[in-house]
Design a protein around this ligand. Sequence first.
Ligand code: SIN
Length: 288
Amino acid sequence: MTFKLRKLSHGLGAEVCDIDVTAPMSESAFGEIHRAFLDYGVLLFRNQNITREQHLAFSRRFGELDRHDAFPSDRHPTIPELMLVTNEPQPDGTPSVSRYTGRRWHTDMSHTLEPSLGSLLRCWKIPGVGGDTLFANTAMAYDALSPGMQKLIAHLHGIHFSGGRKLDSTAADQAHVAEQKKISPPVAHPVVRVHPETGRKAIYLGEKVKRFDGMTEDESKPLIEYLNCHSTKPEFVYRHQWRENDIVMWDNRCTLHMALGDFDQNERRHMERTTVVGTPSGYVVASA
Ligand code: SIN
């Protein structure tokens, strides 16, 4: 073993200790990191004072990077493979459209036909207190369901909606919501997804899902709420308290995450994310 791993919680997560992600890395050393990624679902790399190009280069080792066509207003102005999660105002002084990104349980790009394999979020600035991120292990949550519930959800598809991000009633924010809805029609994915690399089943829902395909919202709501509450029980969760120059990578196929807004909004929280493209899944729902 080239790297030391430190477990972060019972449910998921490990810190990869004493590593410089920009240093040359053999295939076998990278293989160990990849194995840890599959085993722990969330990996933490501390003290990575790296450039944007180095962030991209490390991320590319895991696969092709999304150019975030589904989030045009959230991209870095010159680097489309970087998505901003920031409350730094835009150059013209208007609030950033990504200031509330990730404030509900979700998994990245689930409203698309190529939901993400994994994301690597680099922390540039954090507020004095608060602004942590929660991660939940949805494979562990699936395993903890009764056989009866596993059978009940086995063939359901959840419809994932874009444009539901919490924003304000300003014209710019509302234009952003409308743009998102236009770009990304609702997409249905199996509620139980089989991880393409580990073969484990995981609950694939989150708060972007409003109903099951073939059912009404009223009919779907109790079960969706139950499964989301179940998946995010404390025993399946890791809470990450950020430090500047942390990179946290998570597996979008078997985890949910949520950014907490419990900080002084006058302080800056600035994150930049790369998103690794996953395997095709699901179908567009025309009449959602
Ligand atoms: C995200 O959902 O990708 C962002 C999470 C965060 O800002 O903590």
